[in-house]
Structures are given as structure tokens and as C-alpha cells.
Design a protein around this ligand. Structure first.
Ligand code: ADP
Length: 274
């Protein structure tokens, strides 16, 4: 559409124009394809729970059901409504994060405080999914702080930890750790002993709605947007997401934050930062 015509007018030099033209066609087409895919994906993701909900409503209206069945149906309907709510929340989070820089540098937050919250959420999810038998370890240095939007950082951490819970079978080990690197950067890493991911999927994992195993993702409440959110959060903080995984060898997802956002504070024992 429009950007293409504009660039042709602005670059009237023979060969150069041709080159630029073909490059623009590709990027415009790509953007358009991505937009179309995205709309199709969102529609599909919303239509599925909506169809189920509509079916249950019709049943409730037309069939004489006893109390137990009514309760069961309402429970299932509530699950579908929750699923749509999670999806819409994730979509709103993504659109807020995409393409906009972090407003200001953010506040300094001890990574230990973030970890404590992440641990609570992760253990709660593990219990809800009936996988309380995961073997967890949570670690963070007491003196390490990070500058940024604490709520975003927590959501990125919890997304990675919840993926580890959701994809790692009962009895698996999940290690969640913050550490300071020798070069001044900080790393947050989640390691699991889950199924691991084949190499060909790795570059696509952070695409919106990309899933290796669709049914596994849905069963455990996944929207397919988690890693897209994580990637945007870490990029807004000047960092990067690394994925190290192989089938049968478990997965490690790590967030690397630049030294400019990391500091080590000296605290008097039991007190506030000096
Ligand atoms: P979802 O909501 O489907 O989990 P994500 O964006 O968080 O969406 O993850 C994308 C896909 O990456 C998942 O559907 C899953 O196939 C794969 N994945 C993510 N984390 C893990 C993990 N710890 N172990 C194995 N596969 C994972």
C-alpha cells in the first residue's frame, strides 16, 4: 500500500529505485502477511472458547438438567471465560509493550524481592496443575538490584517459570536463579528437565501464537503469547532472551540484562541499603 508508492516517488534513481522497490515490496508484503496471520490467529483463539460457551448456554436453556449437571456445566463455562480473559489480557500486555521504549529508567528493585514473588506464583501454579511434586530451587543474591519496571520484570520471570512448570512432567527439576555475571551484567535463568525443544523450533518460539505442541499448551492454560511478552519486556530493558534446549535434555531460558541496569548494594545486616 501507501509506504511503497511513497518510496518510489522519493527515490528517482534508476537502479537504486529498483533495488529499493523490490526490498520494500517484500517488507510491506511481509508486514501485511504478519498482520493477516495475527488477526486470523486471534480470531481463532477467541472463537474456540466462544463456541464451547455458546454450546453450553444452549444446553442449559434447552435441557432439563439436575443440580449436579448444572454445576458441572457452569464450571466448564467459567473455564472457557477464564481462557478468553487470559488471552485478552496477554494481547493487551503485548500491545502495550510492543515498539514502545520503557518510560524512563525505572526504579531499582532487589532481584531477591522479585524472586520471592515469582516463587509464590510458580509454586501456586504447580499446585493448581497438580504437579506439586516438582523439585524446585529458587536462588538470588541478596545484594543484587535491577533498574526497570518491576511489574514487567516479574511478569517475564513468572512467564518463564510457569512454562517450566507447565511443560515439565511430575518429578522433574526446575531451577530458577538470578546471578551477577563477571562482566557486570545480570542473568535470570530458568532450567528445567522437561522434554526440551527441537532446534528447528527455537528461532520461532517468541513469535505470537507459535507453539510446538498446541494441545499441551492449551491444556495447561497457555495462550501462545508468553514468550512474545518475555522477549518484549527484556528488549525494553536493553537485554536479550537466550534459549538453550534440545529434545531429551531439558530447556534453559535466560534473560541477560546490561550492566547499566544492574548494581550491587552493600547492606548492613538486616537493614536497608547503605
Ligand atoms: P504457551 O502459552 O503456548 O506456553 P509461550 O509463548 O510461552 O506459549 O511458549 C511457546 C511454545 O514454546 C510453547 O507452546 C511450547 O511449545 C514451547 N515451550 C516454552 N517453554 C517451554 C519449556 N520450558 N519446555 C518445553 N517447551 C517449551
Amino acid at each position: 500500500g501507501r509506504p511503497l508508492r511513497l518510496s518510489v516517488r522519493l527515490h528517482p534513481y534508476g537502479q537504486g529505485r529498483k533495488l529499493l522497490l523490490s526490498r520494500d515490496v517484500t517488507s510491506v508484503e511481509q508486514a501485511e502477511n504478519m498482520r493477516r496471520d495475527f488477526v486470523a490467529n486471534v480470531s481463532h483463539e477467541i472463537r474456540t472458547p466462544l463456541t464451547v460457551l455458546a454450546g453450553f448456554i444452549e444446553t442449559l436453556q434447552n435441557l432439563p438438567l439436575d443440580e449436579a449437571d448444572r454445576t458441572r456445566y457452569l464450571g466448564l463455562m467459567s473455564q472457557q471465560a477464564d481462557r478468553m480473559q487470559t488471552l485478552v489480557n496477554d494481547l493487551l500486555t503485548l500491545s502495550r509493550l510492543e515498539g514502545s521504549p520503557l518510560p524512563g529508567a525505572g526504579d531499582w528493585t532487589p532481584v531477591e524481592a522479585l524472586l520471592t514473588q515469582c516463587e509464590q506464583e510458580t509454586r501456586a501454579l504447580s499446585a493448581v496443575l497438580g504437579k506439586a511434586s516438582h523439585e524446585f530451587s529458587f536462588e538470588a543474591p541478596a545484594d543484587l538490584e535491577i533498574a526497570g519496571a518491576a511489574n514487567e520484570l516479574l511478569s517475564a520471570m513468572s512467564n518463564l517459570a510457569s512454562n517450566a512448570v507447565r511443560y515439565t512432567p511430575v518429578g522433574g527439576r526446575i531451577q530458577v536463579q538470578w546471578r551477577a555475571l563477571a562482566d557486570g551484567r545480570a542473568e535470570f535463568a530458568v532450567r528445567d528437565t522437561g522434554p526440551g525443544i527441537a532446534r528447528e523450533h527455537l528461532p520461532r518460539l517468541t513469535e505470537r501464537f507459535y507453539r510446538v505442541d498446541r494441545s499441551r499448551s492449551r491444556e495447561t492454560g497457555g495462550t501462545g503469547l508468553g514468550l512474545a511478552i518475555v522477549k518484549h519486556v527484556v528488549q525494553r530493558h536493553g537485554g536479550e532472551l537466550r534459549i538453550d534446549s534440545a529434545p531429551g535434555a531439558g530447556s534453559t531460558f535466560s534473560l541477560l540484562f546490561p550492566a547499566s541496569r544492574v548494581r550491587t548494594v552493600t547492606r548492613p545486616p538486616g537493614g536497608a541499603p547503605a
